[in-house]
Ligand binder design. Sequence first.
Ligand SMILES: O=C(O)C(=O)C[C@]1(C(=O)O)C=C[C@@H](O)C=C1
Length: 300
Amino acid sequence: MLAYFGPRGTFTEQAARAFSAAYGTPDDLVPFDTVPAALAATRNGETDASCVPVENSVEGAVPATMDALTEGAPLVVVAETVLAVRFSVLVRPGVSDPKTIASHPHALAQVRHWIEANLPSATAVATTSTAAAARAVLAGEFDAAVSAPVAVQHYPLDVLATDVADVRDAKTRFLLLRRPGRLPAPTGHDRTSVVVTATDRVGALSELLTELALRRINLTRIESRPTKGRLGEYRFYVDLDGHVAEPRVGDALAALRRHCPDTRFLGSYPKAEAGRAPAGDEEFVAAAEWVASVREGLGA
Ligand SMILES: O=C(O)C(=O)C[C@]1(C(=O)O)C=C[C@@H](O)C=C1
């Protein structure tokens, strides 16, 4: 079973279906109303995997996902997918001038200008997801929902507007997570994700990043979230090019772990979008072989 951030009709459900088609992951999909609940279902063995959103090109990271990745038993990312995000505005039949418009905060942030221009008297209200907003509109709690276009297939509502987006070509990245086990094989076009907690002293973060730069590892993303302990203490979520099976990536992770004993590995998995080819591993392998031969007394 595959848990996803629901209810039915979210963008995340579409991402979960894309994973099922591409990776042969279970196609019996189970919706959960929150990201932590979807991840908990995989942690406690109720489902084999979970699909959750992680970042949006307009509104940035999904905090619920970032926090839920580090709280509780480890899960690892085994795949990612990126979906284009455009919204439909759904209303109960007969409503043409909604006074309230509900959606996930990330979705509201992506249509703020559209609402100002087209429904200036409507008050925006946050719901747990875009589909939860459609469900609430059906129940009469709000007048309109900013939803994924597929939501109308699950909730008998009218479509007030389609193709709604302040920023054209907005995209959201989704993760497929499992309990730790065998890692996906390296493809040559992988991403590795880790979480580190930098200590509060001069140069701590720069030392971590230097470990990557020295090994010519490209950092693709760094986000911070408070540890929720001491004020000013942060966790850094680091995405980098490469797979932990590659010697230099493995070396870099060992170095991060030396600096931060609570470094958490979040997975090495194929990147969804083609981009710049990562730096080659050949010279690192050749240098390691040279050291091995020196140790054996066979080289100098
Ligand atoms: O509510 C949904 O439909 C989701 O899948 C969540 C989510 C998000 O967390 O960013 C996914 C894509 C859109 O950017 C808006 C909402």
